[in-house]
Ligand binder design. Sequence first.
Ligand SMILES: NC(=O)c1ccc[n+]([C@@H]2O[C@H](COP(=O)([O-])OP(=O)(O)OC[C@H]3O[C@@H](n4cnc5c(N)ncnc54)[C@H](OP(=O)(O)O)[C@@H]3O)[C@@H](O)[C@H]2O)c1
Length: 138
Amino acid sequence: MPADLAHFRKITKGHPFIMGRKSYLSEDQLLSDKLSIILTHHTTDRLPHNCIRAESLGEALSILTEEKEIFILGGGEVFRQSLSIANHIYLTLIHAHIQGDTYFPEINHLQWRLLRQDFHKKDDQNRYDYSFIEYTLG
Ligand SMILES: NC(=O)c1ccc[n+]([C@@H]2O[C@H](COP(=O)([O-])OP(=O)(O)OC[C@H]3O[C@@H](n4cnc5c(N)ncnc54)[C@H](OP(=O)(O)O)[C@@H]3O)[C@@H](O)[C@H]2O)c1
């Protein structure tokens, strides 16, 4: 939804992304204005400007050691591997029941503290109610 995309652009501006190969190839692909690291075990065709490939999460993080904030963009497989190294979660909750085939992992609510939860009503441009939620560790 446009409001979610605008929110995403605002919080990620100027920061690098890490994403799985399937998210990179998906039709709703999102790239960083700084650097996007695509995780894959395979060689890739030529990548666009500001995109590089890494063969593991460790390799991706080692490229980004100077960065203050790194956004893990998913998808499900990459979220499952990286939840244990994250210290902040930006979650957009769309208040709708929609069938899916890819899931964000369950989070342990004893570990994550709710920082913010802003509810927004649907409007002409955003077809469902939605909430911007933030969790931090501890
Ligand atoms: N709503 C959201 O916030 C959101 C966000 C992102 C994505 N998505 C959706 O999620 C779906 C894709 O998710 P997914 O779980 O199927 O796939 P994914 O996590 O995007 O990508 C999985 C692929 O990434 C590579 N990979 C994963 N871990 C790796 C590692 N440790 N080292 C090297 N390569 C690694 C592998 O590529 P190779 O097979 O090439 O080795 C693997 O097949 C899409 O439909 C996308 O639209 C939704």
